[in-house]
Ligand binder design. Structure first.
Ligand code: GLN
Ligand code: ZN
Length: 770
């Protein structure tokens, strides 16, 4: 029996990589310093896994930004607009890499970044590969080879991890008409073979191909591509041991095809789909020389593994195919888990009772190893002790009074149909809001947050440490809010925001004020590039003991006659961006949160806030991977949003905001949310995302983002007008808003000010034509 790991968090347990990257980008450290930081994280991770007793440790799971972008660089899928950067930067691969990820504005060049989108149904974002017709690939970056050698020098023979060729293509996007990206498989495969040849020369034994598209609905052509590439790889490298990893859902319709592939080990995510083990064992189609890797330890959530349950799965498989054909692993890469629970020794916001139910990446690695010991050596006292401790922890969670709140459960039962309906339909609301708000055509607004400068963050840190009194802290925030309000007035913004300076994070801020949530200090997870999030842990029934945002919104509104938009995070997003309890359906937890947000919306209205935004950027990412499961999810998710938004009068304008979303296939559900205004991320796709709304004749108002906030690049007025002209061509002008793609908290004031001044002036220009 082997233990292995699919991938380890690469941000460093104290976010060392984030810090190093950002210092490098701002010119504070040299490239060699960045390389040193990367090297040290890789080394720590390898050694940690080795010391824990993992048999097969991954390499190339490290990334400076994103593993899909790594793959694009590896196979030379570098869009033409970056070729100039190659010339300017000579052989500096990392600068090219970061230019692709973040855009490039230097030495007379002004190149936009590549698109970014969500990695399956997670909150990790990857850089979308761009493909053209008949595209050729060539081995460009040898990162995977270098990292294998690097580990080897430390005495660790790793298993290189690559995104499999089929999933790599499917993750990308066609940048011109007339072909399907899967057709490029024949051009792509030779590069994979070349990589394997180089690795083979270093005597690798195992290679892991991640093919998470095996958990998606595939066309016949895509299925055939799988059979084709793995047969070709087998032909070229008959003795190479291929681990084929599928995760996040069942193999479903792809199961028979997957079982027919000539691989050494097939990895199954038994957390997301426990039933597939029976399917495989009963089907009788598992080849006698193929091993099963059982993903029993949840790579995406923070709950301690239930050893009893995992052992039953492992034993079931072992009884049928023998111990030596069964591998034990986390369900997926651990990049979706925080690093180390041991760092939370003194975390006041994480009660000991809750902490005993948790396991982070380092602890999950230990769980994998313990599970193997429990199977192979169930007489060992230490192992037995670990088992009984686990049984106690799991049982205590089931019966804890910390978790259950009768009042919340009763309120949930008492929800009636009218609770998720606004008083009137949209057109009646729209005319009432016109009178109440008196906004110009093409009203301008922003998505909520303004730059969270080092200063602002240092106030919070000092306040939390006790170095600043609450009074002094709030005074600083008030001044910052005031500056932002006055500046927005001065540049002529129409609907103002207070700036969210008091918030650490759009979910954590709310979770901290809601019952049923706990918080870590170091539980960071990579979201995109150097951006990390620290998801709250929802362990119990959710309730809002008192108003959460009214104080700041009311303060900001008191400074101006212009409307200030109240700013809330929606129930689906709070759910989606938290670690969620796994002892009741997600829909139930979501509805509990919806009721809490509803109370806040009503209180904001009472405090004189006439425009309230309920952010739901995560609606789309919550979609199950398979279409057949969408309907049920969308029903409860849309209902939760409506419950949160429907407590107010017609005159109160409800906004929602969504980023990284495609809307084509869920446009009916987006319309069903019935927000008065929706702002969406649109600029990186050149307004393409708006087509779904146009085709649907979406009735409510829309603000398609006119500039990309993920990059420091300042857009020109002309650029934004051009984008709005595109929008005007498909959406009635009277329904259009002008705003950036998303919140501005990650930006600096310098570029923010320049960009927003341009944006307001673009809107004014547009008004001239009305
Ligand atoms: N109001 C949030 C902000 O501006 C929205 C962020 C988001 O959608 N990701 O930061
Ligand atoms: Zn956003």
């Amino acid at each position: 029996m082997q233990t292995h790991n699919l991938g380890y968090p690469r941000i460093g347990s104290r976010r060392e990589l984030k810090k190093a990257c950002e210092q490098y980008w701002s010119g504070k450290i040299a490239l060699s310093d960045l390389h040193t930081a990367g090297e040290s994280i890789r080394k720590d991770n390898w050694i940690l896994q080795k010391d824990a007793g993992i048999d097969l440790i991954p390499s190339n799971d490290f990334s400076y930004y994103d593993q899909v972008l790594d793959m694009s660089l590896t196979v030379g899928a570098i869009p033409e607009r970056y070729h100039e950067v190659i010339l300017q930067k000579g052989g500096n691969e990392l600068d090219l890499y970061f230019a692709m990820a973040r855009g490039y504005q230097q030495n007379g060049l002004d190149i936009t970044a590549m698109e970014m989108t969500k990695w399956f149904d997670t909150n990790y974002h990857y850089i979308v590969p761009e493909f053209t017709k008949n595209q050729e690939f060539k081995l460009f970056s040898t990162k995977v080879i270098k990292e294998f050698s690097e580990a080897k020098e430390l005495g660790i023979t790793t298993k290189p991890v690559l995104i499999g060729p089929v999933s790599y293509l499917l993750l990308g996007k066609e940048k011109e008409e007339g072909f399907e990206r899967i057709d490029l498989i024949k051009n792509l495969l030779p590069v994979y073979l070349e990589i394997l040849k180089k690795l083979d020369a270093l005597h690798i034994e195992f290679v892991q191909f991640d093919e998470p598209f095996l958990a998606m609905d595939l066309t016949e052509k895509e299925q055939k591509a799988f059979s084709y590439v793995y047969a070709e790889i087998k032909k070229a490298f008959p003795s190479l041991k291929i681990i084929l990893a599928n995760y996040f859902d069942c193999f479903g319709e792809n199961l028979e095809m997957a079982l027919s592939l000539p691989v050494h080990t097939l990895h199954l995510d038994l957390v997301r789909c426990a039933s597939q083990l029976d399917d495989i064992l009963d089907l009788g189609k598992l080849k006698a020389n193929v091993n099963l890797s059982l993903g029993v330890v949840d790579g995406r959530n923070i709950w301690k593994n239930d050893f009893k349950h995992s052992l039953s799965l492992i034993k079931k498989a072992a009884d049928k195919i023998g111990n030596d054909r069964v591998w034990i692993a986390p369900s997926c890469s651990l990049i979706h888990s925080p690093c180390d629970l041991d760092l939370e020794e003194n975390t006041a916001s994480l009660p000991a009772e809750v902490k005993q139910w948790l396991a982070f990446a380092k602890q999950k690695i230990a769980e994998v190893v313990t599970l193997k010991k429990l199977v192979e050596n169930d007489k060992d006292l230490e192992v037995l002790e670990a088992f009984s401790l686990n049984v106690v922890a799991i049982a205590s969670r089931k019966s804890s009074t910390l978790i259950h709140n009768l009042q919340v459960k009763d309120r949930l039962k008492a929800i009636v149909k009218s609770d998720d309906q606004r008083k009137s339909g949209f057109s009646i609301r729209q005319s009432k809001q016109k009178v109440a708000l008196n906004l110009p055509h093409f009203p301008t607004t922003t998505i909520g947050s303004f730059p969270q400068t080092t200063e602002v963050r240092s106030w919070r840190a000092r306040f939390k440490k006790g170095d600043l009194t609450q009074e002094a802290y709030e005074k600083l925030l008030e001044d910052e809010t005031k500056d932002s309000i006055l500046w927005q007035e001065e540049i002529g913004m129409d609907v103002l925001v207070h700036g969210e300076f008091e918030r650490n994070d759009m979910v954590e801020y709310f979770g901290e004020q809601l019952a049923g949530f706990a918080f870590t200090k170091f539980g960071w997870v990579q979201s995109y590039g150097s951006r990390c999030v620290k998801p709250p842990i929802i362990y119990g029934d959710v309730q809002r003991p008192q108003p959460m945002t009214v104080r700041w919104s009311a303060f900001a509104q008191s400074l101006t006659d212009k409307p200030v938009k109240g700013m809330l995070t929606g129930p689906v997003t709070i759910l989606q961006w938290s670690f969620v309890r796994n002892d009741q359906p997600r829909s139930q937890t979501c509805t509990q949160i919806a009721l809490a947000i509803r109370d806040e919306v009503v209180d904001l209205e009472k405090a004189g806030i006439g425009v309230i935004q309920i952010d739901e950027p995560a609606i789309r990412e919550g979609l199950p991977l398979r279409k057949a499961d969408w309907k049920a999810y969308l029903e409860w998710a849309v209902r939760a949003f409506r419950i949160s938004a429907s407590g107010v009068k017609d005159e109160t304008q409800i906004h929602t905001h969504m980023c990284y979303s495609e809307f084509n296939d869920i446009i009916q559900n987006i319309a069903d949310m019935d927000a008065d205004v929706i702002t969406i991320e649109c600029s990186r796709s050149q307004m393409e995302l708006l087509d779904a709304f146009a085709e649907f004749n979406y009735p409510n108002e829309i603000g398609p983002g006119v500039y990309d906030i993920h990059s420091p690049r300042v857009p020109s007025k002309a650029e934004m007008i051009a984008l709005m002209e595109k929008a005007k061509a498909v959406i009635p002008a009277a329904n259009l808003w002008v705003n950036p793609d998303c919140g501005l908290k990650t930006r600096h004031w310098e570029e923010t000010k320049k960009a927003l001044i341009e944006m307001v002036s673009a809107a004014k220009k547009l008004r001239e034509a009305v």
